[in-house]
Design a protein around this ligand. Structure first.
Ligand SMILES: NC(=O)c1ccc[n+]([C@@H]2O[C@H](COP(=O)([O-])OP(=O)(O)OC[C@H]3O[C@@H](n4cnc5c(N)ncnc54)[C@H](O)[C@@H]3O)[C@@H](O)[C@H]2O)c1
Ligand SMILES: [Zn+2]
Length: 353
């Protein structure tokens, strides 16, 4: 088992990574909590595959268990779904002595985490991420949120889990497309801080990748942990985690969160900005080509949907989150090294188009 400890100013929690760890979930929860009641928040798809199994494991340790199911997909990261979740938490008489357990991908983790952060001014929660994106990225760092029609994650908070339990065996049932989407975040981490990981990703075949997935998850989370420890509330260096995300979010939103998976949109965002910064002489020559090869290897897109490109770029400048005359963007100086650059709003097309 690999264990990471996230050390924040006012909270310390462990991240456990191990194939099959789910079988020990009840016992591990007993070690970290006195709670008697656990409410699982999950989505229909994950529930249909794992719900019964996880309930059984928790029941066998004597927990009083309840389950809340939401519809799969980004559309559930909404105030409407959040209200439905609150109603069920009321029905189940959840108190601050209980635990909320998010079992699912980033949508369940972000929405369930936000419900935990706000219900009764905060109920302890644990994350059991089941998608690759959630295992390598969203389950740590404490960013919890729901979307508004105006944009992603506009209602949110920082609320850290009591623990995170990562079982790579969950990935066996993930769609190939969702797995690829998660690989975009893995590529992101390697581009930001670990050129060796980037090389490794390029050299592994499919079986080797799966054999090494525990180690790869650990590496990504270790990078994120160090960044989050330095800047938990996202006032400074944590911004590098947004590499590829300014354009990625604009693409996701433009297509109403239906055409591109999160990682696919981020893949396009990473490539476009790197291609342009390389042309401007800010990035080492050849970097965008390497990045493109890695995205292609994992069946990820890298080109802007051309007929809509101008409108998507326009949306970045109009985004209410990007107030003022300038915005910060994340660029690579080379694979494994990133930096933040402040650009004027009229330079947006130069970097993104
Ligand atoms: N909080 C953060 O720091 C952070 C970081 C990155 C991404 N995110 C958010 O995460 C979300 C994307 O996460 P995601 O890609 O996991 O989306 P998701 O939760 O919608 O999961 C993708 C799909 O995979 C299915 N699924 C999940 N685990 C499965 C499994 N083991 N077997 C079979 N199917 C499974 C889900 O039912 C869903 O249909 C976005 O909303 C993004 O904004 C948050
Ligand atoms: Zn992301």
């Amino acid at each position: 088992m690999k264990i990471l400890q996230v050390n924040l100013k006012d909270k310390v929690y462990q991240v456990y990574i191990k194939r099959g760890i789910i079988k020990e979930l009840g016992k591990l929860l007993k070690n970290i909590s006195q709670a008697e009641k656990i409410v699982i928040i999950t989505d229909q798809k994950v529930n249909s595959i794992y719900g019964e199994k996880v309930l059984k494991i928790l029941d066998s340790e004597g927990f009083d268990t309840y389950l809340i199911e939401i519809e799969p997909g980004e559309k559930s990261k909404s105030l409407t779904t959040l209200c439905e979740v609150y109603s069920q938490l009321v029905n189940f008489k959840v108190s601050r002595k209980d635990i909320i357990l998010t079992l699912g991908g980033g949508v369940v983790g972000d929405l369930g985490g936000y419900a935990a952060a706000t219900f009764l001014r905060g109920v302890p929660y644990v994350q059991v991420p089941t998608s690759l994106i959630a295992q390598v990225d969203s389950s740590i760092g404490g960013k919890v949120a729901v979307d508004l029609p105006h944009g992603k994650n506009l209602i949110g908070s920082f609320y850290h889990p009591e623990a995170v339990f990562i079982d790579p065996d969950f990935l066996d049932t993930l769609d190939a497309r969702e797995f690829s989407s998660g690989m975009a975040e893995v590529i992101k981490y390697s581009c930001l801080k670990d050129s060796q990981l980037f090389q490794e990703l390029m050299s592994l075949n499919e079986n080797q990748l799966l054999d090494n997935i525990e180690k790869i998850i650990f590496k990504c989370l270790n990078i994120k942990k160090h960044i989050v420890e330095k800047d938990a509330n996202d006032h400074g260096c944590r911004m590098v985690l947004n590499f590829g995300h300014t354009l990625g979010h604009a693409i996701e939103k433009y297509f109403h969160y239906s055409r591109y998976a999160h990682g696919e949109a981020v893949a396009i965002g990473m490539y476009q900005i790197t291609k342009n910064s390389e042309q401007l002489g800010l990035t080492k020559a050849g970097t965008s080509h390497k990045l493109k090869e890695s995205l292609q290897k994992f069946s990820l897109p890298y080109e802007m949907p051309s007929s809509n490109a101008a409108k998507i770029i326009e949306a970045i400048a109009l985004d209410k989150k990007n107030k003022g005359e300038s915005i910060d963007i994340v660029l690579l100086s080379s694979i494994g090294k990133a930096f933040i650059k402040n650009i004027k709003k009229d330079e947006i097309p130069i970097f993104f188009l």
